[in-house]
Design a protein around this ligand. Structure first.
Ligand code: IYR
Length: 224
């Protein structure tokens, strides 16, 4: 097959409207139980689950199909410790000065602070990188396009796949997070976008009530 050939798009099942409504409803029921979790169990999780979720993320729509992402899964205790130390140092600066009062007020209902024990407790920290340069093939150094959008969508799909496998996640974004390149041994043209902390919730995990309130359909959509 050559680069410009086409193949039929024939993989979508032809559901009835009724089936589509039932399936979309069931999906909503499942995804609305997703929460950002800040209390993890250290129970191990099979590596294949994470690999499958990354494969799912890798199917995301993206610029020119360059697939401008890389996922580093941190499982070693030493690396987790190094990441926690670096992230907490940034977070201390954030909470103790860098963040505006308005920002701190907005975070108050979540009860977050600079202490991030989950970074050492959770079995996996998936660090998501966006590649400014790359292309389809290993070694390519072509310009990539819509990197933020592409990696944002892929990260959403990663989180959705992990949730579907019954795992809790937290998107964690210390700022700045360039230290992740060194910990993950990634080149400097890759931009760390977020850490997806992954595992089972701790037995006594709680979530802030603030996080449960979702905007109703009328507020988040309009039909024209
Ligand atoms: N990165 C910090 C602060 C933080 C910022 C936002 I916006 C949040 O929704 C949550 C936290 C932290 O992780 O504590």
């Amino acid at each position: 097959m050559k680069e410009h050939d086409t193949i039929p798009y024939s993989q979508l099942p032809d559901y009835s409207d009724e089936e589509r409504i039932a399936r979309s409803q069931a999906f909503y029921e499942a995804i609305k139980t997703r929460r950002s979790c800040r209390y993890f169990s250290d129970e191990p999780i099979a590596r294949t689950v994470i690999e499958n979720a990354i494969l799912s993320a890798g199917t995301a729509p993206n610029g020119a199909n360059h697939q401008p992402w890389h996922f580093t899964v941190i499982e070693s205790a030493d690396k987790k410790k190094a990441l926690r130390e670096a992230a907490e140092a940034e977070e201390r600066e954030f909470y103790e000065g860098k963040a505006s009062d308005e920002w701190l007020d907005a975070l108050a209902p979540l009860g977050t602070d600079s202490d991030k024990p989950f970074l050492e407790i959770a079995p996996y920290l998936i660090v998501v990188f966006g590649q400014r340069k790359g292309g389809m093939n290993p070694g390519d150094m072509k310009q990539n396009y819509y990197v933020n959008e592409s990696v944002g969508i892929a990260s959403g799909m990663l989180i959705t796949a992990l949730h579907d496998a019954g795992l809790a996640t937290l998107t964690h974004t210390p700022n700045p997070m360039k230290f992740l390149n060194q910990i993950c041994d990634r080149p400097s043209n890759e931009k760390p976008m977020m850490i997806v902390v992954t595992g089972k919730p701790a037995k006594d995990a709680t979530i802030p009530v603030h996080a449960v309130q979702k905007k109703p359909l009328e507020q988040i959509s309009s039909w024209v």
